[in-house]
Design a binder for this molecule. Structure first.
Ligand code: CP
Length: 307
């Protein structure tokens, strides 16, 4: 069992068959994670390196745990204490890590396209853990696994993605994945953050949140990137919450059994009210748990393919 490519650079390059294989493999690893001994020898002798040029809580930790659960040797490369601070290039750094024996390199980088660049220059498998505003494929895969567990089937679901779509790599990967599997996608947010050209993705666009949530099966909230405040995308956090924040009242517009998702980290009281984030319809912590199984599946499936 393996994927068609040696790398996972994005959902855009996967077909529905690849996505199904990852989700089925992840479901199998969830069984392993429920056992007393949560470790299998599947990738003994392999080496994975986490190369993160941006901060992360969920993604880096779950890639590390996923590697350990598969008996892979894993190294967390610290950019701030490495020769990157002396000016070493991304390619030289990655080739150095490969020369030390890395089979799998997990990379997060602020520049869109950085993992694609490395994939072209390395024999090791490259996994995109988030590149600029482009893609975050393992986040979309764990989101799909969560939706499937909660609702049985992705095809035919109506998924509302709310917030800063323009800058969101999570949104892009989810849009590609959901459209490939036959779900309907609505994008909701201020016009400056949900530009009309995004209709080309085969989605519907709403600036009115109540209208966009009507009858949705899944409500996926995105982090408002506060570091971009003051750049004219929206006037104030309070105004943003009043128009596009998810409250219990607003959630009533969606289906009765709709679930609430968020990739994290959350801005409570900005894009989502705390009682909704912690409420019975929230699947946010289940997303995190599913991230471990999905990342085990990706490491496992890619380790069988070498370019
Ligand atoms: N969802 C996500 O990518 O979270 P981290 O930035 O904590 O990895």
């Amino acid at each position: 069992m393996s994927l068609k490519s040696k790398d996972l650079t994005g959902i855009k390059g996967l077909d529905a068959e690849d996505i199904e294989l990852i989700l089925e493999t992840a479901a199998g690893f969830k069984d392993v994670l429920r056992r007393d001994i949560k470790k299998v020898p599947a990738l003994r002798g392999k080496t994975a390196v986490n190369l993160f040029y941006e901060p992360s809580t969920r993604t880096r930790t779950s890639f590390e745990l996923a590697a350990k659960r598969l008996s892979t040797d894993v190294v967390n490369f610290s950019v701030s204490t490495s020769s990157v601070v002396k000016g070493e290039t991304l390619r030289d750094t990655a080739q150095t890590i490969q020369a030390l024996g890395a089979d799998l390199i997990v990379v997060r980088h602020p520049c869109s396209g950085a993992p694609h660049f490395l994939a072209r220059h390395l024999q090791a498998s490259v996994i995109n853990a988030g590149d600029g505003t482009d893609e975050h494929p393992t986040q979309a895969l764990l989101d799909l696994l969560t939706m499937r567990e909660k609702r049985g089937n992705i095809e035919g679901l109506e998924v509302a993605i709310v917030g800063d779509i323009l800058h969101s790599r999570v949104a892009k990967s989810n849009i590609y994945a959901l459209r490939k599997l036959g779900a309907g996608v609505r994008l909701i947010g201020p016009p400056a953050l949900v530009p009309p050209y995004m209709e080309e993705f085969g989605v519907r666009i709403f600036s009115d949140m109540d209208a966009g949530l009507e009858g949705a099966d899944i409500v996926m909230m995105l982090r408002i990137q506060l570091e971009r405040q003051g750049k004219g995308f929206f006037p104030t956090k309070e105004e943003y919450f009043n128009n596009w924040g998810l409250t219990a009242r607003r959630l009533m517009r969606a289906k009765k059994n709709a679930i609430v998702m968020h990739p994290g980290p959350m801005n409570r009281g900005v894009e989502i009210a705390s009682d909704v984030a912690d409420g019975e319809r929230s699947a946010i912590l289940e997303q995190v748990t599913n991230g471990l199984a999905v990342r085990m599946a990706v490491l496992y499936l890619l380790s069988g393919v070498k370019g």
